[in-house]
Ligand binder design. Structure first.
Ligand code: C5P
Length: 416
């Protein structure tokens, strides 16, 4: 197997000395390590010791013309399989989140097309500051992976809390996971940069629905909306006009997408109908199967003892659209979240609901899929089942939209 190449960006902080051990351990794993140090990092460890351990020259500043001459900064990041930022200081995270490029480290991070793993380390108050929270959330939304920080004693006496650099074995485990994903999937960077869905309208449902019991209580479920929102984002990235009909979620609105917010299944069905026609409809919402038969306008009071709640079934939005006549999208895709026999249930659901494809996945508690960032799915189509390797929800979405674009292209070609 090809040797994996790490570009290690060392930020300035007391934890920087741990990078020496990190380099040693990464190399023990058979990886090659090239290091870039920020100006502040060089105050904590010497470039000479880093160079001795990496057995490579160490790059220290963008404006070192010799380095620039010998190896362009873009090449430096492109020649790696993974960038690791450790320790990632509050300042470095802020620069990354803001897209700054005023030194070699930040320039490389902005120029790279490779996965980036950051291991933050800073004073707990800095980590918990709203500015750092905002920057970390932005970076996560941008696809940057995090390991740590861990909670515990800090180097400064009397300071404790989240902010310690993750332990070296944790950083290595996170790096290996990302490298393994890349090998399994082919990097997302290898996806087409063109617009295979240009001129198409993609309608996506996402999130849970909330079904009121009375004005203050409702029935809900654990759907985070991450997978549905990722599908909407992927469709937009491939050039589609996208309408995202979403139940109440904390997940941020994807960029470049029209968002329609609803609460209940009935509102979701109405919003979906109002936004048809579409070329592709993806039903990723976890629609509540039932709603309260009647939700009084006043808060229900305790009356002692048992109380029955009568439920009636909600409309099936996917089935309603898949079986509709004139406005049926060319490609109707449903999700089947199950806790066992996922492919069998998915196959049954495809037929019963009239969908073209079903993305079947296991959401048993142990899988961490509900609310989590990763998913293992099986694509059930009319011609069989494709088992996809475990991957991020973003990559499931990109693959699905790529398949969908191919299917529409084939349909159009067949019709001509
Ligand atoms: O909940 P169930 O497993 O039946 O969901 C399968 C598919 O049907 C999902 O794509 C879901 O979004 C869709 N669905 C729907 N309306 C419902 C129930 C499910 O659109 N009332």
């Amino acid at each position: 197997m090809k040797q994996q190449r790490i570009l290690l960006i060392i930020g300035g902080g007391i934890a920087a000395y741990k990078c020496l051990d990190l380099v040693r351990r990464l190399r023990e794993q058979g990886m090659s390590v090239r290091a870039v140090m920020t100006r502040a990092a060089a105050e904590f460890v010497t470039p000479l010791s880093v160079a001795a351990l990496t057995n490579e020259r160490v790059f220290t500043d963008l404006f070192d013309l010799n380095d620039e001459h010998e190896i362009g900064h873009i090449r430096l990041s492109r020649e790696a399989d993974l960038l690791i930022v450790a320790p990632a200081t509050a300042d470095l995270l802020a620069k990354m989140a803001g897209g700054h490029a005023d030194d070699l480290a930040s320039t490389l991070l902005l120029a790279t097309d490779k996965p980036v793993l950051v291991a933050p380390a800073m004073n707990p108050r800095m980590w918990l500051h709203p500015a750092t929270r905002r920057n970390a959330a932005q970076l996560k939304a941008d696809g940057i992976r995090f390991v740590g920080p861990n909670a515990g004693e800090m180097a400064e006496p009397g300071e404790a809390g989240p902010g310690r650099l993750a332990e070296v074995p944790e950083i290595i485990a996170a790096a290996k996971r990302i490298l393994a994903e890349n090998r399994a999937e082919g990097s997302v960077a290898a996806l087409p940069t063109g617009a295979p869905l240009a001129g198409r309208h993609v309608l996506v449902t996402s999130g849970p629905t909330h079904e009121p019991i009375d004005p203050v209580r409702f029935i809900a479920n654990r759907s985070s909306g991450k997978q549905g929102h990722a599908v909407a984002e992927a469709a937009a990235r491939f050039g589609a006009r996208v309408t995202l009909v979403t139940g109440p979620v904390a997940t941020a609105d994807p960029a470049g997408v029209d968002v329609v917010r609803v609460e209940t299944a009935e509102e979701m069905l109405r919003a979906v109908r109002e936004n048809l026609p579409a070329d592709i409809a993806v039903f990723a919402a976890a629609v509540a199967d039932w709603r309260a038969a009647d939700a009084p306008r006043e808060k229900i009071k305790k009356s002692g003892g048992k109380r029955a709640l009568e439920l009636v079934e909600n409309p099936d939005i996917l089935a309603a659209v898949a079986k509709s006549g004139s406005h049926r999208p060319a490609l109707v895709i449903g999700f089947a979240a199950e806790t066992g026999d996922v492919v069998a249930y998915g196959t049954k659901k495809r037929k019963a609901k009239g969908a073209d494809w079903i993305v079947a996945n296991d959401v048993s508690p142990g899988t961490g899929v509900l609310g989590g960032d990763r998913n293992t799915v099986h694509l059930v189509t009319g011609s069989g089942v494709e088992d996809w390797p475990p991957m991020s929800k973003e990559d499931v979405a990109l693959r699905l939209m790529l398949h969908a674009a191919g299917e529409l292209r084939r349909n159009t070609a067949a019709a001509e």
